[in-house]
Design a protein around this ligand. Structure first.
Ligand SMILES: Cc1cc2nc3c(=O)[nH]c(=O)nc-3n(C[C@H](O)[C@H](O)[C@H](O)COP(=O)(O)O)c2cc1C
Length: 390
């Protein structure tokens, strides 16, 4: 239903996003889209690039008079760094000295450099790394902002926070209000809900920088006010937990995804894991005693918060470069170093929010779809009555 594509390289002219499937009549707040792009650029442990770029989305198509018109949406985010790369990576053929000097033949372990070069038959990892780069997440965040705008129309909100950086972990649960507050706090260095833990996280980031090393961590994305019944148990590819996991895993450097208490649950007894169900006769609502399932049972949303975590490996580009083999000479060398972040967990969370929003918006459209927002709203309200009367 909701499809999106991105195009663009890290040091090309810019990034493009195409988004298709949104209903007509959705109010579009361009300021919100740019605010989301700005949030992706923040975080303690980012490299110099975030200082050069101030991302902003130009809406080219699909939005008129401040709302969607049911046509595909096209967006462009300019790469402000392009002026420094125009001679290095021109579109036309070139053997200029600038181009030659930026060839990358010492593939960096942990990047797509070598596997991608072998696959596409380049002896220069530049062409691979330019697209593999997480700069692409800016295009996703722009698409995700549209998905968030749609979800907001139905009362669904999405926020993320950081629960681990390197070896430092937030050992307590976080309330929705705390997550929401820290998520919107542009001055929060690592978007952790606990200031004391955040200080320790910062020290971890500082230690990594000092050692020429990098750190990973864990972000948690929470979606609140998600209706019962998105996704389905009926086919493997309709299960919403599977779709969310794939979406989150596709974010650069995410190497593990957890829904609810998934990882802890594997080493616990069943009685310690399942959320007991009761019925509140006054409110005429089913309730759960806890939300260890993370809002999903059998691949279907159960009305609790959807809680999903992305586990990020440490950044692959190290100043303390690791051993590799040159792709041309085949001799042992140290891996190339490109200007790089050394901790991106909060930014990973923003990309994660976007991916969760896109999957949930798609599931909304499948369940309540209509050509206009008004039609979708009618379907949503009618289904709401069915749930109320259940
Ligand atoms: C927001 C964000 C920013 C990133 N910035 C960098 C970076 O500056 N340097 C780097 O080596 N990797 C960075 N990464 C991770 C790499 O893009 C990623 O590890 C690499 O493309 C290989 O993909 P894989 O780790 O998913 O296998 C970043 C990831 C995210 C989510």
């Amino acid at each position: 239903m909701l499809r999106f594509y991105t195009a663009g390289e890290s040091h090309g002219q810019g990034l493009l996003t195409f988004l298709s499937g949104l209903p007509a009549g959705l109010p579009v707040d361009a300021g919100f889209i740019n605010h989301e792009l700005h949030r992706r650029q923040l975080g303690y442990g980012r490299g110099g690039r975030q200082k050069i770029e101030k991302d902003a989305a130009d809406i080219f198509a699909g939005v008129r008079l401040g709302q969607t018109i049911g046509a595909p949406i096209a967006l462009r985010i300019e790469n402000r760094d392009w002026q420094n790369w125009e001679k290095i990576l021109p579109v036309g053929a070139s053997d200029a000295q600038e181009t030659q000097s930026r060839k990358l033949t010492a593939p960096r372990p942990g990047h797509a450099d070598l596997a991608g070069s072998q696959k596409f038959n380049f002896h220069d990892a530049r062409f691979v790394l330019e697209r593999a780069s997480a700069r692409e997440t800016a295009a996703r965040v722009a698409a995700g902002a549209f998905a968030k705008l749609l979800l907001k129309e139905f009362g669904t909100e999405i926020a993320s926070h950081v629960i681990q950086v390197g070896h430092v972990r937030l050992e307590r649960g976080a309330k929705w209000e705390e997550i929401r507050a820290v998520c919107g706090d542009l001055n929060s260095p690592l978007r952790c809900v606990d200031a004391a833990v955040e200080e320790k996280m910062k020290a971890e980031v500082d230690a990594a920088l000092k050692a020429g090393d990098t750190v990973g961590g864990v972000f948690e994305v929470v979606a609140r006010n998600v209706p019962v019944g998105l996704g389905s148990h009926a086919q493997w590819d309709e299960k919403l937990d599977g779709r969310l996991a794939q979406a989150l895993m596709s974010v650069q450097a995410v190497k593990g995804v957890e829904i609810g208490a998934g990882i802890l649950a594997a080493g616990s007894y069943g009685s310690e894991v399942m959320d007991e169900i009761s019925y509140d006769k006054g409110e005429r609502k089913f309730r759960r005693s806890s939300n260890r399932a993370g809002g999903l049972e059998g691949g279907i949303t159960n009305g609790e918060d959807v809680v999903i975590r992305g586990y990020l490996k440490p950044i692959s580009t190290l100043r303390k470069a690791m051993g590799t083999a040159d792709m041309v000479t085949k001799e042992p060398v140290r891996a190339a170093y490109e200007r790089s972040d050394w901790c991106v967990v909060p930014a990973g969370g923003v990309a994660g929010e976007a991916m969760v929003a896109l999957v949930l918006a798609d599931a909304f459209l499948q369940k309540f779809g209509g050509d206009s927002l008004a039609e979708m709203r009618r379907n949503f309200e009618s289904y709401g009555r069915q749930i109320d009367e259940f």
